[in-house]
Design a protein around this ligand. Structure first.
Ligand SMILES: Nc1ncnc2c1ncn2[C@@H]1O[C@H](COP(=O)(O)OP(=O)(O)OP(=O)(O)O)[C@@H](O)[C@H]1O
Ligand SMILES: [Mg+2]
Length: 163
């Protein structure tokens, strides 16, 4: 996977803005793997993305304990997973992983816990910490087949000429 140029996110509003832009071009069957350490902003990103496709006031709790939360949105069903608490990848069958992959957009935090169950055709979004408490750096890595299926990735960097 070749990473795209990193995107600097000055604060949580910038993270939400990136998520809203991405919301505009995701479609059912897409898998977005949200990577990054505890508190990096994976849930914040997912929340903004889900709200952009349904209702800005929508409650989007972290799936830390439920492991998955599902939403009906204007882009079809979205399944938001947090796999931090699973012990082994085969637990995924019990929480509806296969059905989710076959029926909507999947956003997954702690995707490394899914092992071989994580599809290769996916978009990895890694959130790293920047300088200062609110700064983050997002790196997008499209997996094999992603670019072909999507015709590329639209410009996401804020403030780029022509936007
Ligand atoms: N630029 C930013 N982007 C996202 N969150 C930010 C940013 N700056 C500060 N924050 C804060 O960082 C925290 C991110 O928490 P969040 O629950 O989204 O992290 P997470 O990556 O999902 O962690 P976990 O691995 O525990 O699920 C929130 O308290 C949020 O307000
Ligand atoms: Mg989280």
């Amino acid at each position: 996977m070749v990473p795209l140029p990193p995107i600097e996110l000055a604060d949580e509003a910038a993270t939400a803005d990136l998520a809203r832009r991405m919301a505009g071009w995701l479609k059912p069957g897409d898998v977005v793997a949200l990577r990054g350490d505890l508190g990096a902003g994976k849930t914040s990103f997912a929340r903004a993305l889900i709200r952009a496709l349904s209702d800005e006031g929508r409650e989007v709790p972290s799936p830390t304990f439920t492991l998955v939360q599902s939403y009906e949105t204007s882009a079809g069903p979205i399944h938001h997973f947090d796999l931090y608490r699973i012990q082994a990848p085969d637990e995924l069958t019990e929480i509806g992983w296969d059905e989710a992959l076959g029926g909507g957009i999947v956003l997954v935090e702690w995707p490394e816990r899914a092992g071989n169950f994580l599809p290769e055709t996916r978009l990895d979004v890694t959130l790293g910490f920047g300088l200062g408490p609110e700064a983050r750096i997002a790196t997008l890595r499209p997996g094999p087949g992603w670019m072909a299926a999507h015709g590329g990735i639209p410009a996401l960097q804020t403030g780029r000429p022509g936007e």
